[in-house]
Design a protein around this ligand. Structure first.
Ligand code: BV8
Ligand code: ZN
Length: 251
């Protein structure tokens, strides 16, 4: 990929770069993206119906089984070159902010120090009823496979069901991460939108806010997305190829 000269100049002159990531940044670690995460058993469900408090209340085993399957997939995945390039950015630019929509821990495992997590984490379970944090999760039984229902653990404080520590559709995003994310979007010189369809709000407003505040917007995605209209540069290709090449050319 030959990065456009104006883009290389923008990166070299940037005082503050934001990396805004979605499920596509973990695709080359073998984790399916949110929409195609609905393969196998899950193809029968609409993800925006399964990733909800209503679905969990109605069928905690089904929903907990899906998240435990996803958590197991993450446990057996490794960060890829895109995660590592994003982590390496911190040493190349005076200020960097990583904002992720993902609920895996691959950014941290690649060395990113403090990602802003807009949609929570698969590794922060808490009580569905009283909100108490739950301790480390045991691995599911050996015969657990894609899509088998699994009874959630019970809360030690109130006996309620433990739920995944993610933000479900219809739930508000955490206020402090949102405040920090919008603050970074307003302050940055360049925002890299990496591996996201830009279909889910209010997270998808982040690149738009950066654009409104004069940032250069770079999209890294093999496909067209809902954010194409705000991107100054659209780098079409897989993040694990595009990002290391782009950042090596810039710095
Ligand atoms: C809220 C955690 C209100 C759970 C997630 C109508 C219009 C606008 C908005 C709405 C609407 N109806 C409802 C809404 C609001 C709704 C929403 O936006 N719905 C969408 C579907 C229209 N939003 C909400 O409900 C939010 N809450 O609004 O609350 C409120 C306010 C106050 C008080 C109470 C309530 C909550 C949204 C958060 C939901 N949780 N995740 C879980 O993971 O199970 S969202 C989930 O989907 C992901 O976390 C991610 O954020 C999101 C989108 O997924 P992406 O990451 O973009 O992944 P996707 O699969 O879409 O795309 C992958 C991309 O990667 C693709 O572009 C692909 O081309 C690319 N790719 C593939 N391979 C590669 C690659 N890129 C680079 N390299 C590769 N190799
Ligand atoms: Zn409880």
């Amino acid at each position: 990929m030959n990065a456009p000269k104006p883009l290389l100049t923008a990166l070299r002159e940037a005082r503050h770069v934001v990396a805004f990531t979605g499920a596509g940044v973990s695709a080359e670690s073998g984790l399916s993206t949110f929409r195609d995460a609905m393969t196998g058993l899950w193809s029968r469900f609409d993800p925006t119906r399964l990733a909800t408090a209503e679905a969990f209340a109605a069928n905690p085993e089904l929903v907990w089984g899906w998240y435990e399957w996803r958590r197991m997939r993450v446990r057996h995945a490794e960060p890829n070159a895109a995660h590592r390039a994003i982590a390496a950015l911190e040493a190349k630019v005076p200020a960097t902010t990583l904002i992720t929509q993902n609920v895996d821990d691959l950014h941290e495992r690649a060395g990113s120090r403090s990602p802003i997590r807009l949609h929570g984490s698969l590794f922060a379970p808490r009580c569905f009823d009283c909100g108490s944090a739950h301790g480390a999760l045991a691995d599911p039984p050996g015969d657990f496979e894609d899509g088998s229902p699994l009874a959630p653990p019970r809360c030690a404080a109130c006996g309620g069901f433990i739920r995944p520590g993610v933000v479900w559709f219809g739930e508000a995003l955490p206020a402090e991460p949102m405040r920090c994310a919008f603050e970074a979007a307003r302050a940055c010189d360049v925002l890299l939108s990496i591996g996201t369809s830009g279909a889910v709000y209010p997270a998808a407003d982040i690149p738009r806010e950066a654009r409104r505040n004069g940032a250069v917007i770079v999209e890294v995605n093999p496909n067209a997305t809902d954010l194409d209209d705000v991107a100054d540069f659209r780098l079409r290709g897989p993040a694990a190829e595009i990002l290391p090449t782009l950042l090596a050319a810039a710095f």
